[in-house]
Design a protein around this ligand. Sequence first.
Ligand code: TEU
Length: 559
Amino acid sequence: MTNKRTNWYKNAVVYQIYPRSFCDGNNDGLGDIPGIISKLDYLEQLGVNCVWLSPIYDSPQKDNGYDIANYRDIYPPFGTLDDFKLMLSGMHERGIKLIMDLVVNHTSDQHPWFQAAIKDKNSPYRDYYIIRKGKKNGKKPPNNWTGFFGERAWSRIGDTEDWYLRLFTKEQPDLNWENPKVREEIIDILRYWLDMGVDGFRCDVITLISKKQDFKDRFPSLVLVGKDAYVNGPRLHEYLHLLYEKAFKDYDCMTVGESVLCSLEDTIKLVKPEREELDMIFNFSHTDVDNFFGVKYLHRKFSLNRLRKRLSKYQFGLANGKGWNSLFIENHDQRRSVGRFGTDDGDLRKVSAKMIGTTYFLLSGTPFIYQGQEIGMTNASFDKVEDYQDVELHNMVAMTKKSWFYRLLIGKHLFSVSRDNARTPMQWNDSKYAGFSKVKPWLKVNDNKKYINVEEAKRDSDSIFHYYQKLIELRKKYPVTIDGEYKLIHQNNKNVYSYVRENKNSKLIVISNFKNKTVKNPAANDVKDFALILSNYESNEEKTLQPYETRVYYMENKL
Ligand code: TEU
């Protein structure tokens, strides 16, 4: 079959929905598909043309759906397959495509494959997972690897000598991609959803699927012991190319992979078009700007220089056809962007949100907006640990209780970096449960729903919501936002991030003040003869930039 792909992803603006927290259609406290259907007009109004839906598959929800027990059905509290099809056609009618979250590094421990695997040593499903004999007659794990939520990476199967690998919770056993049957199953699952009409996938921790097969101890370290064996493993590219050959290439779909600790060289291998693997990946080097070694608990003071360097590395590195960038500042694992990256979530929240929004949105790549980002939602900041639901946070709290070393090292920042910060219910209005639900939601609503909510944002002509509409419009109106080359100007300026996008017909200049005070505008002379097409302030001085001021200038080349 010939290649069906048209690369529409380059023109996409993607909106991420975290279904538990988006909208509760049946008032049971949990978001669901009917809730999403009721908000499709809202998405259309915002102007996005693609949705990434976090997992809606049947699941025991030990990690909010990233633990799948049935890849072909919907988690009943979220709705039915019919609801899903209705949602999909509702999106398509509005010109919105849908990409699904694909979680295939691991399944749920309740998946029938895993249940069969642990019940019977001779089951063909045993080899669907990574099962090894433990050390010391099976009493100790097979090696010293540790996983992503702070624990060791193995769990014992009952009181047998055998252990299974799980890089996340013990309820998320890793699949054994070495087994060709596993690969066939995954390809079938991909085709099942693509045949139903979905438009692509966001591939969860896809860079972990291949593991070095020696399973030996690795040098101890603070986090992710064994990462050299399971991050970007030896057969990763072979597997991804297989998925492309056997599924992706037969559909006009898009793929974005989630990476872990991915260098520029690794990134190019994953996204270079001729290699036929993925269209783009989420790289976290810029969101790791405020921590050390990619460990979010190790807080590091924000520096604009570092942010600019990290973003620019991938902007330059993937230019000239080497690949395509994904652009994002929030998702369901990250804390909110207001109050982060040097910005303010207090009095200057609105200008802050618009400034950081403009800065990332007009870079080269496909922008993603995480639900609530478009109204400037802020972190959860609950007082009590019981108010947090996330398994990662509770695991880390347990670790700090066990070890004074961990307490000292990470204790202080546990809540401020919790994943629940971005998972609080979407704030639709100022009612008791923010219009998300009529009953108490699964996670507490942020008190600031009184003034941060969609209804208010629609009323206010100067709102962040209306500003995002304009940003999306810019991408539609000016091709340079999509195909323009990225260039830095004033790259050593400590306060201001300014860059140029340029194609053969036109030029766009973005200037953003990352400081909460008025600063000198280093790019004042660069924009002579340009038209100011967007700003977060009503009036602008030529020579100075107000706190968190951002400006977008445009000029068409004279013929
Ligand atoms: O996240 C993978 C991942 O790298 C995160 O676990 C990250 O280390 C952590 O969130 C930092 O706080 C993906 C999903 O996005 C996440 O929600 C899942 O829990 C995880 O995979 C397992 O499927």
